[in-house]
Design a protein around this ligand. Structure first.
Ligand SMILES: *[C@@H]1O[C@H](CO)[C@@H](O)[C@H](O)[C@H]1NC(C)=O
Ligand SMILES: *[C@@H]1O[C@H](CO)[C@@H](O)[C@H](O)[C@H]1NC(C)=O
Length: 204
């Protein structure tokens, strides 16, 4: 299962990379070799306050995402499962993908297991948290990190800067990235996500 998913990931990666030569303003920076970085995690995580809509401000290059105007909507089902609906605009169309998330074994930490059942974008075959909330104040911003180590030369490492508004002050973003570098996140890998007042939005 894992191998199949990895092959899917790599196929997606090479394909997006070849398109990227034409579409991206600059080529994404690949991850450094070696193990996943040790990153901080939010303690006393308050899932209730984390729910709702987040706008993607920046992201590491990743082969599952090529759209703009990206949002993530988190809602809690009565059984404690979190509904995850990621939406982007791709080729002018609203494109949503639905998944589920659950808190990891230590529920006081901002670590979740996120799974998208019907896509290749499922990187947690063994139930290990794959969505680490590195920092958030719940009402303005959040930083998420995900890393799967596949061998000395290969890891799948992603990170997203999210905000409650479609844009954040540049000075805030700069200060946040300075801090992220200190806590082992290669902030030079973030690429901005286009967010404009004209972005079509999924209704919630
Ligand atoms: C929780 O409830 C949702 C919505 O009814 C359902 O889709 C999901 O499968 C449930 N999860 C579990 C673990 O039972
Ligand atoms: C859960 O995580 C917190 C914060 O990292 C830690 O202080 C606590 O000991 C952990 N609890 C368990 C049961 O491991």
């Amino acid at each position: 299962m894992m191998a199949l998913r990895v092959v899917g990931v790599l196929a997606g990666l090479s394909c997006v990379l070849c398109q990227g030569q034409n579409n991206l303003p600059f080529l994404p920076k690949p991850p450094a070799p070696g193990p996943c970085p040790l990153v901080p995690v939010v303690n006393n995580f308050d899932l209730q306050r984390y729910l709702g809509r987040w706008y993607e401000i920046e992201r590491f290059f990743n082969p599952f995402q090529n759209g703009e105007c990206v949002t993530a909507d988190y809602e809690l089902f009565p059984n404690g499962t979190v509904s995850v609906i990621n939406t982007q605009i791709s080729e002018g169309e609203l494109d949503s993908i639905s998944g589920f998330a659950e808190l990891g074994p230590n529920q006081s930490e901002g670590k979740l297991v996120v799974d998208f059942p019907f896509s290749e974008g499922s990187f947690s075959p063994d139930g290990v948290p794959n969505y680490i909330v590195v920092a958030t104040d719940y009402s303005n911003y959040a930083v998420v990190h995900s890393c799967t180590y596949l061998g000395p030369e290969l890891k799948l490492e992603f990170s997203w800067i999210l905000a409650r508004e479609p844009n954040v002050p540049a000075s805030f973003l700069m200060a946040l990235k300075e801090w992220l570098k200190i806590v082992n996140i290669d902030a030079s890998r973030y690429l901005p996500t286009l967010q404009t007042p004209y972005c079509p939005r999924r209704q919630v």
